[in-house]
Design a protein around this ligand. Structure first.
Ligand code: PLP
Length: 412
């Protein structure tokens, strides 16, 4: 039997559901929205949203099909366009970020690439923080120039210089905060004000903070991007990405993506939507552990410096406190002894994992200078905030004394 799927609160962005009516924020807290934003039940009255593993959806007749394709009817057509599970996942992220609309992608990089590709024309200019994730840096420096799209970097610690880089053809202002891997923080309110003054689209990669800790739209961001692969999944299982923000911009991103195919799979959306139900409680514990680990590392004789947003020693501590609820789970440390000491540290690690991911229940350590960024020159590494002795710790949910003991023995 064909189960009619009740879709509500849609505006015509394909089958993307737009949160028109805000859930009463006085009445419903973050956790309630994360748990109680869900699809209509089917006739089976299931308590947990089912997995809609279906590539396409059926029409009742020729007229239904015609009207669906012309978007007179807003509904699911094909899972490259939309799927009930991705809709649920996107709706939850929209509710958490205070966004009007969104689209879910196969990976965080698919979200970043598709957002830029949908919004930019040949001849446009981007102003971005220099400290961005390695693959985003590759988009800006290797691929976008092929289409005559130029990017100028500003120093994340000198946002007062941003305006001097803005040109008549600048269209997008872009930053991550906190940054990967340097854990630098930039003032979102300031970025929001600059974007408004110069009529730029402000896009924030909010992956390190998650929507639980920080909501950039409140500070003037037009779009927020996440790699859902990180804390949103939280258990190192699936890849995913999402872009949320103003409906008009999301409409362009949706149309680009509907034709080019970077969509999130229904299975990953189902996993990630479940993950969002426990995001707050997981992130609370991640941050509690991370603060304890950061305080321990700050007192360690073999550590030169520790960067964690909620340590008073962080250069942007006051800004972090203003815009973040908690400090996140990523710590950047500078080990005494540079490149060799960094490699030795990794070799001595016993409990924690040497892995490329972050935001997992398992604590992960990486040494960017000898791994992800080893092909860059010392100067290039420094330009994106990577020193030879920089170690990134993604603090997990193991018993915190065990995490500290492992880092301690590897440092000693
Ligand atoms: C800040 C940031 N943005 C984007 C990405 C890309 O996400 P994905 O690996 O899901 O493509 C990452 C991945 O590490 C990241 O750390």
């Amino acid at each position: 039997m064909f189960v009619k799927f009740k879709i509500k609160e849609l505006v015509p962005i394909g089958a993307i559901r737009v949160k028109q009516k805000k859930m009463n924020e006085q009445e419903f807290g973050f956790e309630t929205q994360a748990i109680r934003t869900h699809l209509e039940k089917t006739q089976f009255q299931e308590h947990s949203t089912p997995l809609y593993l279906s590539s396409s959806f059926v029409f009742e007749d020729a007229e239904d099909m015609r009207a669906s394709f012309t978007e007179e009817k807003v509904r699911n057509i094909y899972s490259r366009f939309s799927n009930p599970n991705t809709t649920e996942f996107v709706d939850k992220v929209c509710a958490m970020e205070g966004a009007e609309a969104g689209y879910a992608f196969a990976t965080g990089m698919a979200a970043i690439y598709s957002t830029f590709a949908a919004l930019l024309e040949s001849g446009d200019h981007i102003v971005s923080a220099g400290s961005v994730f390695g693959s985003t840096h590759a988009l800006f420096m290797t691929y976008f120039p092929k289409w005559n799209i130029e990017t100028t970097y500003f120093d994340i610690n000198k946002p007062e210089t941003i305006e001097s880089f803005i040109k008549p053809n600048t269209k997008i202002l872009y930053a991550e905060t906190p940054t990967n891997p340097g854990v630098d923080v930039v003032d979102l309110e300031l970025l929001g004000a600059i974007a408004k003054k110069h009529n730029l689209i402000l896009i924030i990669d909010n992956c390190f903070a998650t929507p639980y800790i920080q909501q950039p739209i409140k500070f003037g961001a037009h779009l927020v991007i996440h790699s859902a692969t990180k804390l949103i999944d939280g258990q190192g299982r699936v890849l995913g990405g999402v872009a949320v923000g103003e409906a008009e911009l999301i409409r362009k991103i949706y149309l680009f993506s509907r034709n080019t195919g970077p969509a999130m799979s229904p299975f990953n959306a189902w996993v990630l939507s479940k993950s969002l139900e426990t995001l707050a409680v997981r992130v609370d514990k991640h941050c509690e552990n991370a603060l304890k680990v950061a305080e321990f590392l700050e007192s360690h004789p073999n550590v030169n410096s520790v960067k964690y947003p909620f340590l008073k020693s962080h250069p942007k501590y006051e800004i972090a406190k203003k815009q973040m609820l908690l400090g996140g789970n990523i710590i950047a440390i500078e080990i005494k002894g540079g490149l060799e000491a960094g490699r030795k540290f990794l070799d001595k690690i016993k409990l924690c994992s040497l892995s490329a991911n972050i935001g997992d229940v398992k604590t992960i350590v990486t040494h960017p200078a000898s791994t992800t960024h080893s092909k860059l020159s010392v100067e290039e590494k420094l330009a994106v905030g990577i020193t030879e002795g920089l170690v990134r710790v993604s603090v997990g949910l193991e018993t915190v004394k065990d995490i500290i003991a492992d880092l301690d023995q590897a440092l000693s």
